[in-house]
Design a protein around this ligand. Structure first.
Ligand code: AMP
Ligand code: GLY
Length: 420
């Protein structure tokens, strides 16, 4: 397993639960993953180091969590070394690494997405923004650690974002920008296991991207999730499969990307239908924390089948329970936040609660401490979403950490929709 966040902790747990009883190792991992499996101190972006580690440890299968090593060609290098891998090659990871590349594929294959212009010079970009009016969305083309999107409510904000990005705010990543119409509606995350033209759609989920309650404040990597996302009714899911998932998988195959890995499709459920916001070339974080625990299917068998291009005819088995994950972050995230604060997780937590580790480490004294912006993913599994939310929040309240911060309203949209 490559990576060291909450997503990877969840993947490690699910892979370990396989009846095949694999020996799982992880690089670089975190303090929680290290309690479950052996971790090796090789950074997730050290492609050569990871390939060498896989060879040294005689690894038979690599599952890649984050996008950066994929964009750097980790899958290409592993395949060249004869090691099977779940995760796309660099050509496929471009679907996440370049928003312009993706927008061009979406438009070429007539997959629903917001109208957009592509710019590398300030004056034409400003003229376009003024012509379209606010609200409007400005996106850096390349990877920007989740910070490359500005949903501008006013022309002033939009013009500032254009100037900053084209002025080099994200270096090469914002040498070119996308300016796209602002979509309205609820978002949903659709994770799809893809092997060439075959695919398996995983259970639906909804993320909470803003830092503050009521979806306020800056965007983050994701502050909490729940699954299933009931806003995606069975009828809507059929429509999403027909209008977005199948056309996307076939378009990607037609473009010759030879994709094997998770295609994470961020979708806006607009008043006129589902529309693609983005593709990611990996599992979502914290979507994974609620999606994988709901699978009755052996995850290792599923990902291995994808890597072997034997996905046709796969039937997924899903548990009926609801899952909800509250991300415990370090106060200050997504800007500046402290590291090294002690964390105490009570030994007894409510039934159905699992604490996945994200930014955690051990200090010199062996104490569990914070080591990143998103620290823990407190996940509960219960027959109803209300019960899952209640259990997760009891656990969040009981966890001790001086700098802990979490949203209070994860799941609220769905809970408020559901009649008591
Ligand atoms: P992305 O990095 O593309 O996922 O964008 C981050 C977030 O910005 C998304 O999750 C949406 O909440 C928001 N966003 C992106 N594109 C649009 C759009 N065209 N209209 C409205 N919101 C958007
Ligand atoms: N939670 C959103 C993402 O993984 O990109």
């Amino acid at each position: 397993m490559v990576g060291g966040g909450g997503r990877e902790h969840t993947l490690v747990r699910s892979l370990q639960a396989s009846p095949a009883r694999p020996r799982v190792i992880c690089a670089p991992g975190n303090a929680g993953i290290a309690q479950d499996v052996t971790c090796f101190p090789v950074a997730a972006d050290d492609v050569a180091g990871l390939v060498a580690l896989a060879q040294r440890e005689k690894v038979g299968f690599v599952v890649v969590g984050p996008e950066v090593p994929l964009a750097l060609g980790l899958a290409d290098q592993l395949i060249a070394a004869g090691i099977p891998v779940y995760g796309p090659k660099a050509a496929g990871a471009r679907l996440e690494a370049s928003k312009i590349f993706t927008k061009e594929i979406l438009m070429k294959h007539k997959i629903p997405t917001a109208a957009a212009g592509i710019f590398s010079d300030v004056e034409p970009a400003l003229a376009y923004v003024r012509r379209r009016g606010a609200p409007i969305v400005i996106k850096a083309d390349g990877l920007a650690a989740g910070k490359g999107v500005v949903v501008a409510q006013t022309l002033g904000e939009a013009e500032t974002a254009v100037r900053e990005m084209l002025g080099g705010r994200f270096g090469d990543s914002s040498r070119r920008i996308l300016i796209e119409d602002c979509l309205t509606g609820e978002e949903t995350s659709i994770l799809v296991v893809v092997a060439g033209r075959d695919y398996v759609i995983l259970p639906t989920s909804q993320d909470h991207k803003r830092i503050g309650d009521g979806d306020t404040g800056p965007n983050t990597g994701g502050m909490g999730t729940y699954s299933p996302a009931e806003v995606v009714t069975p009828e809507l899911l059929v429509r999403i499969e027909n209008e977005i998932v199948r056309p996307s998988v076939h378009a990607i195959a037609a473009e010759g990307l030879d994709y094997c890995g998770t295609l994470f499709i961020g979708i806006m459920l607009t008043p006129t239908g589902p529309s693609v916001i983005e593709y990611n070339a990996r599992f979502g974080d914290p979507e994974t924390q609620v999606v994988l625990p709901r699978l009755a299917t052996d995850l290792l068998a599923l990902l291995w089948a994808a890597a072997q291009r034997q996905l046709a005819g796969w039937k997924l088995e899903v548990k009926p329970a609801h899952a909800l994950c509250v991300v415990v972050a370090a106060k200050g995230y997504p800007d500046k936040f402290p590291k090294g604060d002690a964390i105490a997780i009570p030994a007894s937590l409510p039934a159905g609660v699992t604490v996945f580790h994200a930014g955690t480490a051990r200090n010199a004294a062996g104490q569990l401490v914070t080591n990143g912006g998103r620290v823990l993913g407190v996940t509960a599994h219960a027959p109803t979403l209300r019960q899952a939310a209640d259990a997760a929040y009891v656990a969040c309240d009981a966890i001790q950490c001086a700098s802990k911060y979490y949203r209070r309203d994860i799941g609220a949209k769905q809970l408020n929709r559901t009649k008591p």
